[in-house]
Design a protein around this ligand. Structure first.
Ligand code: NAD
Length: 491
């Protein structure tokens, strides 16, 4: 049971749930209502130490030598079991985030078994590099790489797509024979903990998957990344936290994989099918209340259709339905917390001070007594800003975008690339040559043409600039979660 007898969400260490220390807990509230619904046991340094030690023991006791076919079979059983307990995961994700039930079902929780199955397939069929080297005197040498598990991997994830992002890292880590210590966001402790039950049920050896709850600095996040017993860190979160984590692990030169923030552009050319582009743009700006690292916050529109796109998108924003997450008609949930809403509202103020014209939203909605204590915010669109304004330069991470006109293709590329981030871009055009040309010039990890958030789990995923270091997905994940030894034999 993830919960203690007092109803606390517990840490999971060395194959068991740990009884909470009553002096170390924090409240978790429902973002839709603002009501506290549980307490979470915050792991102290000693418990993090136990988690790392148990992961090391699991590796030493044979997990890292388990044949790939057995590890892969276990991943497939995990996928099946998540599907059997699907509605529990949906309920847990909704309680933590307030996200609409349709999204929790179709995106967040659906991607968890998909991640386990995808990495089972990828690991099952992975080959190794080998090279024949010509030596002097007509001799040759054979070089081949033996890929070994990285070891004890610290997995640190954010709150926006909690289970999806967690399983995207845990599945390949386990497929490669690593043991993990997971630190979910303090805002979303539930599904990582439920996953511990599932992995135990399908026979994962004790110590291979551990969960420690808490915050960043001075708490479980820092205790984990500073721990001398970890062999690598895979981190998804903000660019600011990424730099902290990098500093913390630097003295011990551990590998890091960073999936960080974004300030993603969409470019809309005047040859588009308006309706298709508007549907796509509306998804890319407002999905998950704008709290997806890949969401569009800058929309560059070719001048001839600027008003059509601005009016059409504003009309779609007004149609979004904010209501209780359990209602299947709800399209838009709250922000994750009051603190995050304060930050987003700060950008609303900055935008207005910079002369923005608000063409949709712009404030806090009145949703009635049951929801008004939640952290709701109106889907919002601005015109009248430029790339010089902070609201156009900094990641806001809310349901908000600035619309800016452009004239030429070169200008569109330059405006899109005028950012320190480099995560994603979207090009909307019916000119296929131009689509490819522009998409390739974007300085980002993923560049979409006439689609958004379409993901191929075998393809490399990550970001340039402030948006990250390294790639995960497909073979890239296998590379991060293993350490190769090159064997060279003279033939
Ligand atoms: P965050 O950086 O505040 O926190 C992320 C995780 O790091 C949390 O678990 C947090 O507790 C932990 N943490 C915080 N400080 C730490 C420290 N000093 N040491 C160790 N751990 C620490 O991010 P967030 O607010 O939870 O998530 C939103 C951010 O995540 C946005 O910037 C978003 O763009 C980014 N994100 C990126 C991707 C991607 O794939 N590139 C995906 C999702 C979210």
């Amino acid at each position: 049971m993830t919960r203690s007898s007092e109803g606390w969400i517990r840490n999971f260490v060395d194959g068991g749930f740990v009884d909470p220390d009553e002096n170390r807990g924090f409240d978790k509230s429902d973002p839709a209502t603002g009501h506290v619904f549980t307490r979470v046991h915050e792991a102290d340094e000693a418990l993090v130490d136990r988690a790392v030690a148990s992961a090391r023991r699991a590796l030493d006791h044979g997990w890292s030598d388990t044949p790939v076919r057995e590890r892969v079979a276990l991943l497939r059983r995990a996928a099946d079991r998540i599907e059997e307990r699907f509605e529990e995961f949906v309920a847990a994700e909704i309680a933590d985030t307030g996200k609409p039930v349709t999204q929790a079902r179709e995106l967040d929780v659906a991607r968890a078994p998909a991640n386990f199955r995808a990495f089972a397939d990828i690991a099952a069929t992975a080959g190794q590099e080998s090279f024949i080297t010509d030596l002097t005197g007509g001799k040759q040498a054979l070089n081949y790489a033996v890929r070994k598990p990285l070891g004890v991997v610290a997995v640190i994830v954010p709150w926006n797509l909690p289970l999806l992002l967690l399983t995207w890292k845990v599945a390949p880590a386990l497929a490669c024979g690593n043991a993990v210590v997971v630190k979910p966001s303090e805002e979303t402790p539930s599904t990582a903990t439920l996953l511990a039950e599932v992995l135990e049920e399908v026979g994962l050896p004790r110590g291979v998957y551990n969960v420690v709850h808490g915050f960043g600095s001075g708490s479980a996040g820092e205790f984990l990344t500073a721990h001398p017993g970890i062999d690598g860190v895979t981190f998804t979160g903000s660019s600011a936290t990424g730099t902290h984590v990098m500093r913390t692990v630097a003295p011990r030169v551990r590998p890091v994989s960073f999936e960080l923030g974004g300030k993603n552009a969409a470019v809309v050319f005047d040859d588009v099918d308006l309706d298709e582009a508007l549907t796509g743009l509306s998804r890319s700006v407002f999905t998950n209340t704008g709290q997806v690292c890949l969401c569009t916050e800058r929309v560059y529109v070719q001048r001839k259709i600027f008003d059509d796109i601005a009016d059409g998108l504003a009309e779609r924003a007004a149609r979004l339905r904010m209501s209780t997450p359990a209602d299947a008609a709800t399209t838009t949930g709250p922000l994750i917390s009051q603190a995050h809403r304060k930050k987003v509202l700060g950008y609303f103020e900055l935008a207005e001070q910079a002369g923005a014209k608000v063409i949709a939203g712009g404030g806090v909605p009145d949703l009635g007594a049951a929801l008004n204590s939640g952290s709701w915010i109106e889907p919002t669109l601005w015109t009248g800003l430029t790339n010089a304004d902070r609201a156009v330069r900094e990641e806001i991470f809310g349901p908000v975008a600035a619309l800016i006109p452009f004239d030429t293709e070169e200008e569109a590329v330059a405006l899109s690339n005028d950012t320190e981030y480099g995560l994603a871009a979207t090009v909307w055009t019916n000119d296929i040559r131009r689509g490819h040309r522009v998409a390739q010039q974007m300085r980002v990890g993923i560049s979409w043409i006439n689609t958004w958030f379409t993901r191929e789990l075998r393809a490399p995923f990550g970001g340039a600039g402030l948006s990250g270091i390294g790639r995960e997905g497909g073979e890239s994940s296998l590379h991060f979660y293993t350490e190769p030894t090159n064997v060279c034999v003279q033939l």
